[in-house]
Design a protein around this ligand. Sequence first.
Ligand code: PAF
Length: 285
Amino acid sequence: MAKTIATARTLAELRGHLAKWRKAGETVALVPTMGALHDGHLSLIELARRSADRVVVSIFVNPTQFGPREDFRTYPRDEAGDVDKLGKAGADLIFMPDVVEMYPAGFSTTVKICDLTNDLCGAARPNHFDGVATVVTKLLIQCDPDYAVFGEKDYQQLLAVRRLVRDLDIPVEILSAPIMREPDGLAFSSRNVKLTPAQRKSAPVLYQTLSEIARDLESGKGCDATLVKARFKLEAAGFRVDYVSVRHPETLKTLEGPVRQARVLAAAYLGQTRLIDNVPVPLKD
Ligand code: PAF
């Protein structure tokens, strides 16, 4: 049965809830989101519930991680739908600050992760990871959770957050959950609702292409040839490819020498909508 879920819109309200739980000796997991929740988010919340006594879900469409020509204004928002889903998912609290609560007048601090973020999504979205790092740092300080849960869909973000937490000695365990997909393979994303029906039909080609690359690499085929074929397939399906690349799963560097695992990552546009996806690849020595 869905419970009525508490909402905190200010830091003071958030800290009031946290203080009660801490006093009772309860552990806390934070699931940071930008709302427009889908099954991918719900799987993160499920993991949070299994890991801690209390689950806080933050919903904040963070302006500092969007570039000037990106979709901050049109990013999907569905507060009523999110509240309903979170009640059913068994979260304990929604932290839903507004922009002024998070970035009061005069706010002038940026957290920058120098490694891991310049390439891939960072190359096309120059200040994106500074915005993510700054807001995630704030959320972790505000909530002081035992666990924070991030999805593997934003794989580069996940690695960057792990690095951030390690570098700044933030006492939280970062948990990750695998990508959730629609039956046709498309990774759940808040941006999927922006696809036209025709684009939605083409969208699963992204995952199909990454899976083909993974199969090629697993069977010993060369990286360069499979990537050329992949780009061609994506373009033929109507994508404008930002990148499709095979990387080391921890450093995100291009592969050199024998490695046992790799990650294939891609970002590509259908119309104005940017989709990202990635798959793991076990490799032979
Ligand atoms: O992955 C997201 O939804 C966002 O980048 C995050 C981590 C909530 C920070 O705004």
